[in-house]
Design a protein around this ligand. Structure first.
Ligand SMILES: Cc1cc2nc3c(=O)[nH]c(=O)nc-3n(C[C@H](O)[C@H](O)[C@H](O)COP(=O)(O)O)c2cc1C
Ligand code: SF4
Length: 425
């Protein structure tokens, strides 16, 4: 397949075509027409269409969006809230920034349709603090949508009222996690908490709350336009639709690409990214961002497909693909990953707060080749303990890259023990 055949522009179709600061441009390309249709429907029918499409959340956990909407729709409680998660703190990801900067109304239209479906009257757009340009563009888009009657009181004379407020984060990665996000929105410090109950039942101010990723909301108008059944034909049985991938690292053409789900990592790297520079060899590829799994070159035929990836105990997460060529020191990469998560840990639970520090100490022993065989066992016990007992996804996923290096590049660790043994002799 060549690069033209690989790209499938649905969510990015307006990129470079419209001025993101102009609602007229968005409307000219068919924008807000799905909202105009949706507002005459029954909310349950809208949710049913999303369920048929089998759209799964694009924030990393791949939870079925229709089921989340249904849970909020059926939950008791007033008022209900909807939150667009645009915190995007995962290293390697920049898709949500592109979506906000290039087509903000697409996101807003998706949020309003979801809010209408569940009679939600208050919305928040939680934007990463560093995304100053994106926040300005979204703010401008919200004002324009209000002026046109798509937001505010009695939207399009339907009797339905809804508005969205922007909230900017303060730079903590953990605040992208839904409970930490809710805590900061309520004015508390950004710390995660135990689940259940989930936000759909007990979210913002203990009220039913729908939280979705920017890319997830962008899919909503397209599902209504195509119909759930047609949308489901895009992609694979377990992963429907398209996916925005953020290609970075040692790659000739890094950038944001939209592909049909089911595309292989190899095609994305070779055809869209044009491979690694200067004919070097790929050593390792990390999927989903710093908290995601790593794979060797021999596994690049794997597809962006949840079922296929689950067989290898992994997922494609929020869509980052970080390519590393044969110049990298794998343990150095692992150390930087873990340093990031240790720094970003909110400190609430011991496995994450202390365990990640212990992993760093062990990694240093391997890096300076003073590690013993027992350090390898200790490392494996630590990974298991942190993954299984941390309260939130930060701690649960933080050791993933170390775990996968032990699976696919074990010699990176064992070779450094052997060196130590021979040096002692
Ligand atoms: C540490 C951590 C950070 C997260 N950061 C984000 C983020 O920046 N954006 C996002 O959409 N989801 C993030 N998530 C996932 C959210 O908790 C939540 O699952 C997601 O917003 C739900 O949206 P979706 O169903 O549309 O994927 C993060 C999760 C964890 C554990
Ligand atoms: S896993 Fe880490 S970030 Fe999450 S609650 Fe525990 S200490 Fe905080």
């Amino acid at each position: 397949m060549n690069s033209n055949e690989l790209t499938r522009k649905m969510l990015t179709k307006n990129f470079g075509v419209i001025n993101p600061e102009s609602i007229d441009d968005y409307i000219r390309e068919g924008g807000y027409s799905e909202l105009e249709k949706a507002i005459k429907l029954d909310g349950k029918d809208i949710i049913n269409e999303i369920k048929i499409s089998d759209l799964k959340g694009r924030g990393g956990a791949a939870f079925p969006t229709g089921l989340k909407m249904e849970a909020v729709n059926q939950a008791d409680g007033f008022p209900k809230y909807i939150i667009c998660n645009a915190d995007e703190g995962e290293p390697g990801n920049f898709k949500d920034r592109y979506l906000m900067e290039n087509d903000p109304h697409q996101i807003i239209e998706g949020i309003i349709i979801c809010a209408f479906a569940s009679k939600i009257n208050y919305g928040y757009f939680f934007i990463r603090g560093e995304y100053i340009k994106a926040a300005k563009i979204v703010e401008n888009a919200l004002e324009q949508a209000r002026a046109r009657g798509y937001l505010g009181d009695n939207i399009l004379d339907s009797g339905f009222s809804f508005d969205i407020e922007i909230y900017t984060g303060a730079g903590a990665y953990v605040c992208g996690e839904e409970f930490s996000l809710l805590a900061t929105l309520e004015g508390r410090s950004g710390r995660a908490t135990y689940k259940p109950p989930f936000p759909t039942i007990c979210g913002l101010y203990n009220k039913p709350t729908q939280i979705n990723n920017v890319e997830t909301f962008c899919n909503i108008p397209h599902i209504l336009k195509l119909g759930g059944k047609e949308f489901k034909k895009i992609g694979t049985v377990s992963s429907t639709g398209t996916k925005l991938v953020c290609l970075s690292g040692n790659i000739r053409r890094p950038g944001l690409y939209e592909v049909e789900l089911g595309t292989t990592i190899k095609d994305i790297i070779d055809e869209l990214g044009m491979g690694v520079p200067r004919n070097r060899k790929i050593r390792m590829v990390q999927l989903g961002g710093a908290s995601g799994p790593v794979i060797p070159e021999s596994m690049l035929q794997i597809r962006l497909d949840s079922d296929e990836m689950r067989k290898h105990d992994m997922s494609f997460g929020s869509g980052a693909i970080i390519v590393m060529d044969d110049r990298i020191d794998i343990l150095d990469i692992l150390k930087r990953n873990i340093q990031f998560f240790h720094h970003e840990s909110c400190g609430k639970c011991t496995p994450c707060r202390e365990g990640l520090l212990q992993i760093l100490i062990l990694l240093d022993r391997f890096i300076d080749e003073s590690a013993k065989e027992s350090d390898l066992q200790l490392l494996e016990i630590l990974i298991e303990t942190i993954s299984l007992t941390s309260i939130c996804g930060l701690g649960q996923a933080a050791p993933t890259s170390v775990k996968k290096v032990l699976e696919y590049f074990r010699e990176e660790f064992t070779d450094r023990i052997h060196t130590t043994a021979s040096a002692v002799k």
